[in-house]
Design a protein around this ligand. Structure first.
Ligand SMILES: Cc1cc2nc3c(=O)[nH]c(=O)nc-3n(C[C@H](O)[C@H](O)[C@H](O)COP(=O)(O)OP(=O)(O)OC[C@H]3O[C@@H](n4cnc5c(N)ncnc54)[C@H](O)[C@@H]3O)c2cc1C
Length: 432
């Protein structure tokens, strides 16, 4: 039997257990921030039998789809093909692996036994190379052919990396897979230029710094975390990183990854390695081969259906409402939605406002929703240690940022979800 599942209403992460974890292991929210994830009922639903489900991908989207299918269809034959040579793991935890605060075993989403216990045939270290939807068969890289009745593409994404390695220059690396993480660990004690000052770049920089690396971050925009923080919070993050000894260069990026690395503004940086963290590219090869509509990702509707009957897509490879989310909780919920629908139980995906929680020395920040250019109201405590800002559009809260004191994050997340009255939210957050 699966345990209860709890969703943190601040960072949207899902955890298993009889009780919610307290505090949240990701964002530190209290127990009252958790809500029970509504699972589709196990009884009273039409359970198709002996259907063959093929799940392409070994990330959280495929895993959640497998769980949801098994819940609805105890007899269905589920095959999950994982391109990486490992069973599914928590990808965001790779930053902790690089920082040395977690072992890989602690990142596994489910123990090996769970797949056998749930009748899930798990093929690791092989990829699906070709799909023929007319005969409903897929060819694998090891030569096997697998038949299916329902197909899920949960192929995720790869790191976008336009930086060319130069002969004799520093290594050019990314951090997307566990192999990348082990390669990053080899950089301990060396000098690294992190390209990209978004949340993943900053986390990678902090992780490498914890490994004794001399770290410089370069970010093309004029501030760090431009998508997840407002200007004041970005300034504070930069100050905290610089205080820790991480050099931050904004408004520029790599021109040539030589020794030293040449930046577009003409500056040079001594680096043994360049770690590129500037976004993702959805894995679309199979979708394109099937003739599915693809833009940035595979276009899906709210039930995660593509344009082909019985073909679904979920996670970082999928585009819903014009966006590829690129976020773990979204991939997880898309996977659940796809799995339920594949097994005949109608389910609808409703995106949640994006949330970011950073808890590092000198940085305690929670941001939820959209932070437009000017805040509706902002507050800084007398000693400067606390900062809060509320963002609104058309009289409704669209985003909240909390710095220093984040114990109101449950109320803030609720206000954003509900589009609350900004004045009332300012009062609630004691912004005067
Ligand atoms: C270092 C790091 C930190 C992150 N931190 C956060 C965070 O703090 N918060 C957050 O919300 N998100 C974070 N993310 C993003 C999050 O990890 C992703 O959004 C999420 O993992 C996407 O899950 P997915 O299942 O869609 O795809 P993926 O996790 O990319 O999994 C897809 C899998 O499918 C496999 N595959 C691809 N093609 C094939 C094929 N043809 N055959 C077989 N297998 C195939 C791939 O090898 C891969 O294993 C982070 C990502 C990284 C890399």
């Amino acid at each position: 039997m699966d345990m209860k599942r709890w969703r943190c209403t601040i960072c949207n992460q899902i955890f298993e257990g009889e009780q919610p974890p307290a505090p949240c292991p990701v964002c530190g929210a209290d127990a009252d921030a958790f809500e029970l994830v509504e699972e589709a009922p196990e009884e009273g639903t039409a359970a198709p039998s002996a259907l063959r489900y093929l799940l392409v991908g070994g990330g959280v989207a495929a895993l959640e789809a497998a769980r949801a299918i098994r819940k609805q269809d105890p007899a269905g034959r589920i095959t999950m093909v994982c391109g990486e040579n490992t069973i599914p793991y928590n990808r965001p935890g790779l930053s902790d692996l690089v920082a040395g605060t977690k072992e890989f075993a602690g990142l596994l989403l489910k123990p090996m036994d769970w797949y056998a216990e749930n009748g899930i045939r798990l093929l690791c270290g092989v990829t699906v190379t070709e799909i023929d939807h007319t005969s409903r068969t897929a060819r694998l890289s090891d030569g096997q052919t697998v038949g299916y009745d329902r197909l899920l593409l949960a192929t995720g994404a790869s790191a976008f990396n336009p930086v060319q390695a130069q002969p004799g220059g520093p290594s050019v690396q990314v951090l997307r897979t566990v192999s990348d993480a082990y390669a990053a660990l080899q950089l301990a004690g060396r000098s690294v230029l992190v390209v990209g000052g978004g949340i993943l770049g900053v986390e990678a920089a902090l992780a490498l710094h914890a490994q004794g690396c001399r770290v410089t971050i370069c970010e093309l925009s004029d501030r760090l975390l431009a998508l997840q923080a407002d200007a004041e919070a970005s300034r504070r993050i930069r100050a905290a990183l610089e205080e820790a000894g991480i050099r931050v260069l904004c408004g520029t990026t790599v021109q040539t990854a030589a020794r030293p690395v040449l930046l577009q503004n003409g500056e040079t940086v001594e680096a043994d390695a360049v770690l590129v963290s500037i976004g993702i590219c959805s894995e679309l090869a199979l979708a394109k081969q099937l003739g599915l509509a693809c833009e940035r990702g595979i276009v899906v509707d709210e039930s995660m259906r593509t344009g082909l009957p019985d073909v679904y897509a979920a996670g970082d490879c999928a585009q819903f409402g014009g966006r590829v989310s690129g976020l773990y909780p979204a991939a997880s919920m898309m996977g659940m939605t796809a799995g339920s629908n594949m097994a005949g139980k109608a389910a609808v995906y409703r995106p949640l406002p994006p949330a970011t929680a950073l808890d590092e020395p000198g940085i305690q920040m929670v941001s939820v929703g959209a932070l437009s250019s000017a805040p509706f109201a902002a507050f800084t405590s007398a000693d400067g240690s606390e900062y809060r800002a509320v963002y609104a559009e058309n009289g409704r809260v669209t985003g909240v940022l909390l710095w220093g004191r984040v114990n109101q994050s449950v109320a803030a997340a609720k206000a954003v979800r509900e589009g609350a009255d900004p004045q009332k939210v300012c009062e609630l957050l004691e912004m005067s």
